[in-house]
Unconditional design. Structure first.
Length: 140
């Protein structure tokens, strides 16, 4: 696993910008129905160790479940993050970063929810909802 010490990013209009630390370069693609509806397609995102925002007041935080919220810009609508409350963890959309060249495919999750009309090429893990939830310890 490789990480970048820090990386910067912003939304489309620039009202919200951020500096993330300990950025995992392996992105995960999520095909779940909530991600697709919120982001307009599958989400491609990376875990970060820490995050500081500029323009916090322009972040729209939508609580999509009991355990997480999704962040976007109030002004331009750019999708910015998925924020897990416990443990406190930000998973940032790779599209929000200024330099996206270092990100590589880490794997796909909720592959069983993926519509059949598109697919990501390559040899990487493709977990179903059940396999993913089992791996992270949500279910036995
Ligand atoms: Zn914006
Ligand atoms: Zn999802």
């Amino acid at each position: 696993m490789s990480t970048l010490p820090s990386a910067t990013g912003q939304c489309l209009c620039g009202a919200v910008s951020f500096t993330a630390t300990e950025v995992d370069t392996h992105m995960h693609v999520c095909h779940c129905g909530m991600c697709r509806r919120h982001a307009g397609g599958p989400t491609m995102s990376v875990h970060v160790g820490g995050i500081t925002f500029k323009g916090d007041g322009d972040i729209l935080r939508y609580r999509s479940s009991d355990f997480a919220e999704r962040g976007s810009c109030k002004k331009c609508g750019s999708h910015l993050f998925y924020h897990l409350f416990q443990p406190d963890m930000y998973i940032m959309s790779i599209g929000a970063f200024d330099d996206q060249a270092k990100f590589e495919m880490g794997g796909e999750i909720y592959i069983d929810a993926k519509p059949q009309g598109y697919a990501f090429a390559g040899d990487h893990s493709r977990e179903t909802e059940h396999e993913f939830l089992k791996r992270i310890g949500v279910i036995q």
